[in-house]
Design a binder for this molecule. Structure first.
Ligand SMILES: Cc1ncc(COP(=O)(O)O)c(C=O)c1O
Length: 460
């Protein structure tokens, strides 16, 4: 990585006396609350921060996150070369803006958009806020124009959404109507939506690849219902697809799945480039079916950085690096490279899930997944649960989250493994070996198998 390389280069020409570990900083308390009065050697400051980072977990063993933890060296070079470019300085960095527009067009094309209207964001949360804000604005303007009350907007989504949906409702003062899940149903369909929408609904939210189970909402059924509502009652309610985790996976892994602008009522989509777009955090994209959906009043035209620059974002400054790295990936991998990677991670996820089932301890939550995840719950009462397994896996370095599902499926506790590009089948085999050791130890402690002192010394 960059800092390590740079530091190694510097240390080659520095005398030993300036070594971080020979200086006074190793014996002083490290400042934690106030900026220190005196400067320190760059090498010492680097080493202090670097060493503290060692206390974090290893990103390669983090099976909790959907966010990219590995990129090619050439991509990292692009990132380093552009670290000092603020994306918002479009007048100064016009080529970065031009590349941004190419990335938006390519992503729009992937989602079958009529017109690539959209922008890169810092992540899917910002993308969702921007999309829903546009829908709220359009709903209010329509109501105002026809002299109807516009004091009570609501938004309808399932309990399977990410917390940023609730954040939108709370921060932007919109009533949230959350469709509850059930112990045997973890997504939403048209019948659910029909019970919650009315003339004050600014949008219906659906998820492509839920964080909890990796399933998808019934896009086609919900779209058809919303189309019939428009035709029969004149209620034109937009549908937003949260494709944070599943957008790139579906585009390359399940090209026949109709979830995007091929569906009439899909008016906006968010996608996380920093997930299966395969770039580091933070980059997301918001796409609109066409530019007329973005209210002109929400676009700021600023001229104080030179030129006149239209801007629809929550943030002002943001890094350029990931936009450029995304373009690198699109060029480098092409459609066939992405397809190969996505198919591979889906296969590894399937291997992991099958291997977990073969231990006899777990059962699958669902066999229809559109994300490279293995999500399982305990098959029967063993005297331990998924939370204990998750905790014990940390002793081997693996980070695997255990959680309960949202209401009203909260009685189900799940263990979830996310497979990313660099989690190869070899690493998956190592992981399975380790989880088997954990299960054996837990079984022994719970009295499920006889105690045998010689096994796995040092573990548990
Ligand atoms: C389905 C879904 N939507 C939205 C988000 C929020 O995305 P971000 O972290 O890019 O803001 C996530 C994050 O994991 C997610 O899984």
């Amino acid at each position: 990585m960059y800092n390590q390389k740079k530091a190694t280069r510097k240390s080659e020409v520095r005398p030993f006396t300036s070594s971080a570990y020979a200086g006074r900083w190793v014996t002083c308390e490290v400042p934690k609350d106030k900026i220190p009065e005196k400067s320190m050697e760059s090498r010492a400051a680097y080493q202090l921060v670097h060493d503290e980072m060692n206390l974090d977990s290893n990103p390669a063993l983090n099976l909790a996150s959907f966010v990219t933890t590995w990129m090619e060296e050439e991509a990292e070079d692009i990132i380093i070369e552009s670290l000092n470019k603020n994306y918002i300085d479009e007048d100064e960095y016009p080529q970065t803006r031009a590349i941004h527009d190419r990335v938006i067009r390519m992503t729009g094309n992937l989602c079958h958009s009529e017109e690539a209207a959209g922008t890169a964001t810092i992540g899917s949360s910002e993308a969702i806020m921007l999309a829903l804000l546009a829908h709220k604005w359009n709903w209010r303007e329509k109501r105002k124009k026809t002299g109807r009350d516009f004091s009570s907007p609501n938004i309808v989504f399932g309990g399977d959404v990410h917390s940023c949906w609730e954040k939108f409702a709370l921060y932007f003062d919109v009533e949230m109507r959350v469709i509850p899940l059930a112990t045997d149903k973890f997504t939403i369909n048209a019948d659910d939506v029909a019970q919650y929408v009315d003339e004050n609904t600014i949008a219906v939210g659906t998820v492509l690849g839920t964080t909890f189970t990796g399933q998808v909402d019934d896009f086609i059924g919900i779209n058809d219902f919303l189309v019939s509502l428009k035709k029969e009652k004149g209620l034109d309610i937009p549908m937003h697809v949260d494709a944070a985790s599943g957008g790139f996976v579906a585009a390359f892994g399940f090209p026949d799945l109709r979830w995007d602008f091929r569906l009439e009522q899909v008016k906006s989509i968010n996608i996380s480039n920093h997930k299966f777009g395969l770039v580091y955090p933070g980059m997301g994209t918001v796409l609109f079916r066409n530019s007329s959906i973005i209210p002109e009043e929400l676009i700021f035209h600023i001229n104080y950085l030179g030129g006149s620059m239209p801007n629809y974002s929550l943030n002002f400054s943001k890094p350029s690096s990931m936009v450029l790295a995304q373009y690198y990936n699109f060029l480098r991998l092409g459609r066939n490279g992405y397809t190969r990677i996505i198919k591979n991670i889906l296969e590894v996820a399937e291997y992991v899930e099958n291997a977990l089932i073969e231990t006899g301890k777990f059962k699958v939550l669902t066999d229809t997944k559109y994300l490279p995840v293995a999500a399982v719950c305990m098959k029967e009462e063993n005297g331990y649960d998924v939370f204990k397994i998750s905790k014990r896996l940390r002793q081997y370095g693996w980070i695997v989250p255990a959680y309960t599902l949202p209401p009203a499926a909260q009685e189900l506790a799940v263990l979830r493994i996310v497979v990313r590009e660099h989690f190869t089948i070899d690493m998956a085999e190592n992981f399975i070996e380790d989880i088997k050791k954990v299960l054996k130890n837990l079984d022994r402690e719970a009295g499920n198998i006889p105690e045998k002192k010689s096994d796995s010394p040092g573990v548990c």
